[in-house]
Design a protein around this ligand. Structure first.
Ligand SMILES: C[S@@+](CC[C@H](N)C(=O)[O-])C[C@H]1O[C@@H](n2cnc3c(N)ncnc32)[C@H](O)[C@@H]1O
Length: 199
């Protein structure tokens, strides 16, 4: 049976309303942590000018592939085995992208994986290209809602290395690799879309 994410169904419309204009002039987008593959199928359907590259840890590829097989879209690539902490996996990409998209991943990854994420993303983005990240974030060490505080507590009980990340820390990581935050969009359910541009 295909994996299914209810949150993807709920957030895909608000997300595309933000990312469609941002990706208007792009041809290639790499998605990191594609999960079920539902976002990829929806976004590639709605933005047929894009070639959407899916990726995730190998254990999720079977599910992504099922969504891709059913959708039969010409503009989605099969899942790339990309664990952000694996430097060789980044080297194997051998390609640069017009944009990188990732939803609900930075709070799942460990802090060291988030550091790798920024360092490696910068290396495979073309000049002026965008990194677009959706999810919950903290500001100046504070939760934006009680429900995010409860979610963070739940996350840490699943894995002590997971945590909602501070947006200022992400900006610092981005700055180290010559990327600058250019947008911060408020999204439903106490989420945000943060956008950094490679300088
Ligand atoms: C909560 S799911 C989100 C999936 C999908 N993007 C969505 O919005 O429904 C988190 C995803 O991050 C991926 N992930 C976590 N750690 C990762 C890592 N170190 N490298 C690559 N992907 C990772 C997981 O495999 C999973 O697909």
């Amino acid at each position: 049976m295909k994996p299914f994410s209810e949150s993807c169904v709920q957030n895909r419309v608000p997300i595309i309303q933000i990312i469609k204009p941002l990706l208007m002039k792009c041809e290639t987008v790499l998605e990191i942590g594609s999960g079920t593959g539902q976002h990829a199928v929806y976004f590639a359907t709605e933005m047929p000018q894009l070639t959407w590259y899916t990726s995730d840890r190998e254990q999720n590829h079977w599910g992504i592939q099922q969504w891709l097989d059913e959708a039969k879209l010409d503009n989605i690539k099969p899942p790339i085995a990309l664990d952000v902490g694996d430097q060789q996996a980044w080297r194997d990409l051998e390609q640069s992208f017009d944009a990188i998209f990732s939803a609900n991943t930075l709070h799942i990854m460990s802090a060291s994986e988030v550091e790798c994420f920024f360092a490696e993303v910068a290396a495979i983005l073309k000049p002026q290209a965008l990194l677009i990240v959706y999810g919950p974030f903290n500001y100046q060490g504070r939760y934006t809602s009680d429900s995010n505080a409860r979610f963070d507590d739940w996350l840490k009980r699943q894995n002590p290395q997971s945590a909602i990340r501070d947006s200022e820390w992400l900006d610092e990581l981005a700055k180290k690799v010559a990327m600058k935050r250019i947008q911060d969009y408020t999204m439903p359910a106490n989420n945000r879309i943060l956008v950094w541009q490679k300088q």
